[in-house]
Design a protein around this ligand. Structure first.
Ligand code: PSV
Ligand code: MN
Ligand code: MN
Length: 393
């Protein structure tokens, strides 16, 4: 061990055991911007192939035991068979993401629509997702809505809140005792004037009104530049309403780039606040997920890099000397307190993580092991005509 104290690392490593990061099935499909979708050879053609790729990420990292589905992108005839397929490959099916943003019917909204027939269709779609979850064994129904308006006066923004509250309550009535409704907020896009669930406060208001099994999803890319995301983490954890993360990186908007790529320090600060609030460890209600698309890079190594980035920043955050920090804070010793945080952030944990992996029978370098495995060459040979992730499809 280099300059990391053995005792500090042992404590950190014990918590690190509980780190699990759910992969989004759509990360394995081709995706792009509105200008172009560049295909990747070997792209999955079916939900099963997406799951096989996700299982490959887990096999090389030990960090990603579950896969999130997106309905209808991942619709299959037999979800029980899909579940068995996943389990045979060493992973489980996780969060089910609903989709009320691609049908013509949803042009003016879905759960917040002023049209009762459209609203009914959107609610029924969520019921269908719940039926699927009963078979897949999924706990979380994640709702991200594209609802909003483009022009002042286009619709009554206050009435839409009431309509949305009503729709969510109808869905929540069917959430099982061991299930959760997870509501995700997003600042803007595709609506640009107003969005019906634009921020954590609005999401909180809705889930608080629903009840205990309704929680908020924090997608790191869904904030204005400069937003202090760790403050939101602290507040939602305080309120018992932080249900999950959609991790990704942004430079400008909802970029969905590799987590930890744009601002590793922000990721560290977020994870430090998660740990501070009891959001990591046995029984924590906070689910870690990725919500990413790989537009130009290869998808499987992109996901491997992503989960390793989360693991690396979690390890650094776990090494934060909390007792020393508490003391410095109480003494208002600003520079010492800040120095303690920066020391943890600056710690190179890569060698200890490589050893940690080897102790568990995992490759020390998962990226290199994947490249050497031949999996990439095999899927390129076997799969022709890969599917698009869903965006723009
Ligand atoms: C759209 O912004 C979005 O990226 C949300 O973050 C959802 O979580 C994701 O799509 C999948 O529906
Ligand atoms: Mn998201
Ligand atoms: Mn997004």
């Amino acid at each position: 061990m280099t300059d990391i104290a053995v005792a500090a690392w042992e404590t950190a490593a014990a918590t690190l055991e509980h780190l699990a990061i759910e992969l989004p099935s759509w990360a394995f499909g081709n995706s792009g911007t509105r200008f172009r979708v560049f295909g990747t050879p070997g792209t999955p053609r079916t939900p099963e192939e997406k799951i096989a790729d996700a299982a490959t990420v887990h096999r090389f990292t030990g960090l990603a035991p579950t896969v999130a589905l997106h309905i209808p992108w991942d619709t299959v005839e037999d979800f029980a068979a899909l579940r068995a397929f996943a389990e045979d490959h060493g992973v489980r099916l996780g969060t089910v993401n609903s989709n009320t943003f691609q049908d013509e019917a949803y042009k003016f909204g879905s759960l917040a629509s002023s049209d009762p027939a459209v609203r009914r269709q959107a609610i029924d779609h969520h019921f269908q997702c719940l039926d699927i979850m009963a078979v897949t064994g999924s706990r979380d129904l994640k709702i991200w809505l594209a609802d909003g308006t483009n022009y002042p006066g286009q619709d009554d923004i206050r009435r839409r809140q009431d309509t949305l509250a009503d729709s969510l309550a109808t869905i929540y009535e069917r959430i099982g005792p061991d299930q959760r409704l997870v509501l995700e907020y997003k600042l803007f896009e595709p609506a640009f004037y107003h969005t019906d669930v634009p921020d954590w406060g609005t999401a909180y208001v809705h889930v608080a009104a629903l009840g205990e099994r309704a929680v908020v999803c924090l997608d790191t890319g869904h904030h204005a530049p400069g937003t202090n995301i760790e403050f939101i983490v602290a507040q939602l954890l305080r309120l018992g309403k932080l249900g999950s993360f959609d991790f990704n990186s942004r430079f400008y908007a909802d970029d969905d780039l590799i987590v930890g790529a744009a601002d590793p320090f922000q990721l560290f600060r977020i994870l430090a606040e998660v740990i501070r609030g009891g959001g990591l460890g046995p029984g924590s209600p906070v689910a870690f997920m990725l919500d990413q698309c790989h537009n130009i890079e290869e998808k499987i190594p992109g996901q491997i890099r992503s989960v390793l980035n989360v693991q690396e920043m979690t390890a650094r955050a776990l090494l934060l000397d909390r007792d020393a920090l508490e003391l410095a804070q109480r003494e208002h010793d600003v520079l010492t307190a800040n120095g303690i945080v920066m020391d943890a952030f600056a710690t190179d944990v890569r060698p200890v993580l490589a050893a940690w992996r080897e102790e568990r029978g995992l490759p020390a370098d998962p990226m290199a092991a994947y490249r050497a495995s031949g999996y990439r060459e095999r899927i390129i040979a076997e799969r022709v005509g890969g599917a698009q992730a869903g965006w723009g499809a």
